[in-house]
Write a protein that binds this ligand. Structure first.
Ligand code: OOG
Ligand code: MG
Length: 259
C-alpha cells in the first residue's frame, strides 16, 4: 500500500528544509506515473490547505534538450504557487534552494477557456490573450537532481520559482514557434535554442496540457490561466553572485540576481 499523503508530506518537508531526499522509486519499485500524479495531487492539496494559491500551470520535459538532459522522455505537468513568483529583475537567495537550475520558457495567458483533447496549436493561439517570456527555476527535491518519471511527477515537476517578463505580447505579433532564446550568466552564453524545440510549437504544449487534464476528469483550462510551456534549452545550474539573463527574439529579456 502506498501512502500518497505521507509521500507528499515527505517532499514538502524536503522543500522546506532544503534537504535532498531519496527517490520514491528507490523504496517502491512499482511506483508508476499515475501514482506520481496522486502524490502530486496530495501535495497540491496540502499546500492549498496551508493557505498557498495556485497561480499557473507548468508543462515540463517538452523539448528534446530537456528530455535528454533528464533522461526522461514524456512531457509532464505541475503547478506554480503564489510564493514561487519572483518579479522580473528580482533577487533570489542561494540559501533558499538545494541545487537550482534555470530554464528559459514561453508562458501563455488564455483569453478563453480551453477544453478537451484534440485541440490544435491554431486553436490555442486563437484562445490566447498574451504570450510572455519566462524563466523557471527548478530545484528537484531528489538527491543529485536524479529521478524517474514517476518521482518527478510526484515532486510537482521540480517547480520552485518563476519570473514572468514585464511586457506582454499578442500571440500573432510574431511567430511564437520561431523565437530564438539564450541564457547568459555573468555575460557568458550558457545555452541557446529556438522555441520550435518545444513540441514543434509551444502552443502544442498548451494543447497537450488540455488533453492531459481532460483525460484526468474532463477538467478545462480556464480563461486567464497562465501556462508555462517548458524549457526550450537544457536547464543551466547557477551559483551565488550570478546575474542570470535570458534574451528572447522580439520579446526582450527576463533576468534575476543570485545573492
Ligand atoms: C523536471 C521539470 C522540467 C521543464 O521545463 O522541462 C521542466 C526537471 O527537469 O527537473 O520544468
Ligand atoms: Mg520548466
Amino acid at each position: 500500500m502506498i501512502d500518497y499523503r505521507g509521500l507528499a508530506e515527505y517532499l514538502i518537508k524536503a522543500e522546506k528544509q532544503k534537504q535532498a531526499v531519496s527517490c520514491i522509486t528507490d523504496q517502491h519499485s512499482n511506483f508508476n506515473p499515475s501514482m506520481g500524479y496522486k502524490v502530486q495531487q496530495e501535495l497540491v492539496n496540502l499546500k492549498i490547505e496551508s493557505g498557498q494559491k495556485v497561480t499557473a500551470y507548468k508543462m515540463g520535459l517538452t523539448s528534446q534538450a530537456k528530455m535528454k538532459q533528464m533522461n526522461v522522455s514524456t512531457p509532464i505537468y505541475g503547478y506554480i504557487f503564489d510564493y514561487m513568483n519572483v518579479p522580473d529583475k528580482g533577487k533570489i537567495e542561494m540559501e533558499d534552494f538545494i541545487h537550482p537550475k534555470v530554464e528559459a520558457e514561453i508562458a501563455f495567458i488564455l483569453g478563453e477557456d480551453i477544453h478537451g483533447p484534440d485541440i490544435t496549436s491554431e486553436q490555442v493561439l486563437e484562445k490566447t490573450q498574451w504570450v510572455v517570456p519566462a524563466l523557471e527555476i527548478i530545484d528537484s527535491r531528489y538527491k543529485d537532481f536524479r529521478f524517474q518519471l514517476s518521482d518527478v511527477i510526484a515532486d510537482n515537476t521540480s517547480a520552485s520559482r518563476v519570473l514572468l517578463g514585464s511586457e506582454l505580447f499578442r500571440p500573432y505579433d510574431f511567430k511564437v514557434d520561431l523565437l530564438g532564446v539564450s541564457i547568459d550568466i555573468n555575460g557568458e552564453v550558457r545555452a541557446r535554442g529556438e522555441s520550435s524545440a518545444v513540441l514543434g510549437n509551444p502552443a502544442n504544449s498548451v494543447a497537450m496540457l488540455a488533453s492531459m487534464l481532460y483525460a484526468e476528469g474532463r477538467k478545462k483550462i480556464k480563461k486567464g490561466s497562465v501556462i508555462l510551456t517548458g524549457g526550450i534549452t537544457e536547464a543551466v545550474l547557477f551559483e551565488k553572485e550570478n546575474h542570470v539573463i535570458a534574451h528572447y527574439d522580439h520579446m526582450g529579456e527576463v533576468s534575476f540576481y543570485v545573492r
